[in-house]
Design a protein around this ligand. Structure first.
Ligand code: ZN
Ligand code: FE
Length: 258
């Protein structure tokens, strides 16, 4: 069994994820080189691989500096000229980390937050960048509600026990909004108590599990009767498609909470 990924906190609320095997490290979305170098040094790891989910600065900002410190590093990223990658990967491709004892990671295309956003899925872990957050999802900077709905639908098909490694600690705020959407969701209410305790102890709430997200995350619950009812009430329409339910919940959060 490989070691579980470690969170390297960066900026205000980012988590850069560090995986390791056979003395080598893999980092997901190194927005800042400094904390990654410090983590590699204290664990005596050589940086072997960088996995990029999308082009935002808080996810790629440290790549150039890491590359000059570790010239042999291999950078994987989506088809997007805004991302400095050695290998472009897309849906159906995988990243082979067998040499590090970390297995292989499948690439999922999950447009919505950005148009070229991808996620990496392997060993029961999902690195999803800014697509799914604990009880939330990324803003639609470049994609449409239809695209994000289909990305989230794809993620929802993964096994319940999938660990969801997202890139930000937004959980408590997200849960608060989720409770506006579903005030009667008991799972959400009890998760809020748990998440508050974790944050008081400065423990990351990430990773969560897909099972938890399916019970608590309003953005993955576009077919739950209570969520559909809220979207119908807000839009005054009864005939909403799933992506429109999703879109209305996203719109509500964007306009009144963020
Ligand atoms: Zn982003
Ligand atoms: Fe981000």
């Amino acid at each position: 069994m490989p070691m579980p990924a470690e969170a390297i906190p960066a900026f205000q609320d980012n988590y850069l994820w560090l995986l390791s095997g056979h003395g080598r490290g893999v980092v997901v979305d190194p927005g800042d080189a400094g904390p990654v170098m410090a983590a590699l040094e204290s664990r005596q790891l050589e940086l072997s691989t960088i996995l990029i989910t999308h082009h935002h600065a808080d996810h790629i900002g440290g790549v150039a500096e890491l590359r000059s410190a570790w010239p042999d590093v291999t950078v994987y990223g989506p088809e997007d000229p805004r991302i400095p990658a050695d290998f472009r990967v897309s849906e159906g491709m995988s990243v082979d980390l067998e040499e590090l004892g970390l297995g292989t990671f499948q690439v999922l295309e999950v447009p919505g937050h950005t148009r070229s956003h991808i996620a990496y899925y392997g060993g029961g872990d999902l690195y999803c960048g800014d697509t799914v957050f604990v009880c939330g999802c990324g803003r639609l900077f470049e994609g449409t509600p239809e695209q994000m709905h289909s990305s989230l639908s794809k993620i929802r098909l993964l096994p319940e026990e999938t660990r969801v490694y997202c890139a930000h600690e937004y959980t408590l705020d997200n849960v608060e909004f989720a409770l506006w959407v579903e005030p009667d969701n008991e799972d959400l209410r009890s998760y809020q108590a748990k998440a508050r305790m974790m944050r008081e102890e400065d423990t990351p709430t990430v990773p969560s599990t897909l099972g938890l997200e399916k019970r608590c995350n309003p953005f993955l619950r576009f077919d739950a009767p209570a969520v559909v009812a809220v979207a119908q009430r807000r839009t005054g329409r009864k005939d909403l498609a799933e992506y429109e339910v999703f879109g209305e919940i996203r719109n509500w959060k964007d306009t009144e909470f963020d």
